[in-house]
Design a protein around this ligand. Structure first.
Ligand SMILES: C[S@@+](CC[C@H](N)C(=O)[O-])C[C@H]1O[C@@H](n2cnc3c(N)ncnc32)[C@H](O)[C@@H]1O
Length: 374
């Protein structure tokens, strides 16, 4: 099947329409980056400070998910029939249950993947490049790299959301120092390895970039767009750490609901509400407001080189003025590969070879490490 030029979210909206009774023209489709970009959607309340606040709140929502995930030592360990067994318990980790599960927790898997980066960096000077930065995992990874003796020369954050830089600087400079911190407010699709700032005292060839693409953001686009973007941003020998929520194979009973449960976390509802508010300032998912709904669907999509994948989607409904029914904004769309499909996407689309993987005990999250080929 040839790679499509139709945007990912248009394909996703078509799939939702075929799986539900919502007609495609009722679905408002955004590019995923539009939710984070000041110029993309002009909110109904267009005061600049409202837009800044909204982007800051969107950033804080993502960060809150990570903070909760890392602070729960038993999260994702895989204890069956336990409230502490999946990512979905991240926000309600006050159960006091901390006995060990069957496998690695989310935090342990992240640290173990970081150890693998230390090995693969093999003593070379490292530039750490973070796509779509967030403070909590970055603090954990960078501290761990430094503790392991990695020769970290620079951190570069790349984000389209200008409201992220202040928080990232405050979170990371106590660990790495002001002089190693660099930041680009830009679209990573329009950036290449040559646009990265020089590493003081080193030529380009002697540094290895360790690039991270965390928080399931790899699922926000077709691999035929992501693979070339990740290739452009790296040079041969560079390393890529990517975090994805994955689906169990169809015949595995355990874990089939983990994705849906994740999209019902309070932070995910808040995220969609913030996007809904850009279209309708009365938007609210509070109980009793029946005009505004939040709808989850896991829909199929045929992806070139990978086959049929599932896409987790959320819609929020907005009433159309004059009682003319509802429109629906597509607030989330994220590919949920199986672990095998994720490997295939990495190896077939872009110049990378998978070098290592770490999986949480409940097999819902994979940290994949790949190396850029020539
Ligand atoms: C799903 S969030 C993930 C955040 C974080 N990586 C994590 O682990 O939680 C996606 C992030 O990517 C950023 N982003 C999305 N599209 C982008 C683009 N085209 N260029 C640069 N940043 C983008 C957003 O601002 C946001 O911070």
């Amino acid at each position: 099947m040839p790679a499509t030029t139709i945007p990912f979210n248009v394909l996703v909206a078509e799939s939702i329409a075929t799986q539900t009774n919502i007609s495609p023209e009722k679905i408002i489709v955004l590019d995923n980056s539009d939710k984070y970009c000041p110029d993309a959607i002009k909110p109904v309340s267009s005061a600049d400070h409202d837009e800044e606040k909204s982007l800051e709140a969107i950033f804080d929502t993502m960060a809150a998910l990570n903070r909760a995930a890392l602070s729960d030592q038993s999260l994702c360990t895989g204890r069956r029939n336990s409230s502490a067994s999946s990512l979905t318990s991240a926000s309600s980790s006050d159960s006091g249950e901390t006995e060990p599960g069957e496998g690695m927790s989310f935090r342990t898997a992240l640290l173990s993947a970081t150890d693998e980066l230390v090995t693969l960096a093999a003593g070379r000077p490292v530039r750490y490049v973070e796509l779509g930065p967030e403070p909590w995992k970055s603090q954990v990874i960078l501290s761990h790299l430094l503790k392991a003796g990695v020769n970290l020369r620079q951190y570069v954050g790349i984000d389209i959301n200008p409201e992220s830089e202040r928080t990232m600087r405050a979170a990371l400079t106590p660990i790495i120092g002001e002089e190693r911190f660099a930041y680009l407010i830009t679209d990573f699709y329009k950036t290449s390895a040559d646009d990265l700032p020089p590493v003081p005292g080193l030529d380009k060839e002697s540094v290895v970039s360790v690039m991270t693409n965390l928080g399931f953001q790899e699922g926000n686009d077709l691999p035929s767009r992501l693979g070339p973007m990740l290739t452009r941003l790296t040079k041969p020998g560079d390393l890529l750490l990517s975090e994805m929520q994955v689906l169990p194979p169809d015949d595995e009973e355990f874990g089939q609901n983990a994705v849906e449960e994740f999209y019902h976390l309070p932070e995910m509802l808040k995220f969609s509400s913030l996007v809904g508010k850009k279209f309708d300032d009365k938007f609210s998912l509070e109980e009793g407001k029946t005009d505004y709904e939040y709808i989850f669907n896991l829909v199929p999509l045929e992806v070139s080189e990978v086959g049929e994948v599932r896409v987790a989607t959320t819609l929020v409904s907005l009433p159309v003025e004059g009682g003319k029914g509802k429109n629906y904004v597509l607030t989330n769309s994220c590919i949920k590969y199986t672990r095998k499909q994720f490997e295939k996407a990495r190896e077939k689309l872009g110049k990378f070879g998978v070098r290592a993987e770490r999986e949480t005990g409940d097999r819902s999250v994979v940290f994949q490490i790949a190396e850029r080929r020539d």
